[in-house]
Design a binder for this molecule. Structure first.
Ligand code: 5RP
Length: 235
């Protein structure tokens, strides 16, 4: 296994140790979350009891293939814990997510969870959010108008680079599980994430964005020196 995959798996294994029988779990999306789902599948195959809500169709398919019992947020009103990856995390465990395009469902599931745990390799830790392009999920209707307003807002917040419509393949836009589009905003650094979050959500065509602020209370970050548990009190 490549080094970075091994680190992701180590972080996933640490999070798995927090899971108790009977828990209601949110399952994240991405290559790190995939390791967690794989490990959880092994536990379920050995008789472990849990019920899970996936944050994407991809994760749902993986979980089903491993016979992990699935439910949804119509049936379950709260979850005990969500385990997910991140594109970036800072020392306060504020995150950028959505590199895999699942940010809307990820945010809904994390918001319905008593605890959000992030698993990551050390390359995701940053001093200031913004190195990774911020995914902004937008409605397909009125894309041009929405894009112009988003461009104004991100420029006012100091974006250093472009605003790009994410593509699945050259010339065809990436579509989220909810049927929306994603604009990736290149900041470099985001100096006031709270204000940026508010300003983006004020735009009519914006469905959600990838800033997860004060949502994550615990993270397992794996480096060659071992897995570090980071935590913050967001109450
Ligand atoms: C998907 C996400 C992922 O958690 C994020 O992109 C990290 O992915 P990976 O573990 O593959 O680096 O937010 O929408």
């Amino acid at each position: 296994m490549a080094m970075s995959e091994d680190l992701k798996r180590q972080a996933a294994a640490m999070a798995l140790a927090d899971v108790r029988p009977g828990m209601r779990l949110g399952l994240g999306t991405g290559s790190t979350a995939k390791h967690f789902v794989e490990l959880l599948g092994e536990k379920v195959a050995a008789g472990f009891d849990c019920i899970c809500v996936p944050t994407s169709e991809v994760t749902a398919r993986q979980a089903l293939s491993l016979n992990i019992p699935l439910s949804d947020l119509d049936t379950l009103d709260r979850l005990d814990m969500t385990i997910d990856g991140a594109d970036e995390l800072d020392a306060n465990l504020n995150l950028i997510k959505g590199g895999g395009g699942a940010l809307l469902r990820e945010k809904i599931v994390a918001s319905a969870s008593d605890l959000m745990v992030v698993i990551a390799d050390g390359s995701k830790l940053v001093e200031t959010l913004g190195r990774f392009p911020l995914p902004i999920e937008v409605n397909r209707f009125g894309l041009g108008a929405t894009r112009r307003v988003v461009a104004e807002v991100i420029a006012a917040h100091g974006a250093e680079g472009d605003l790009r419509l994410r593509e699945a393949t050259a010339g065809s836009p990436f579509m989220t599980d909810g049927g929306h589009l994603i604009l990736d905003a290149f900041f470099g650094r985001i100096s006031d994430p709270e204000a940026l979050s508010r300003d983006l959500l004020d735009i009519a065509g914006v469905v959600q964005h990838g800033l997860f602020l004060k949502m994550c209370k615990k993270a397992y970050v794996a480096t060659a020196d071992g897995v570090k548990a980071l935590s913050v009190d967001t109450n």
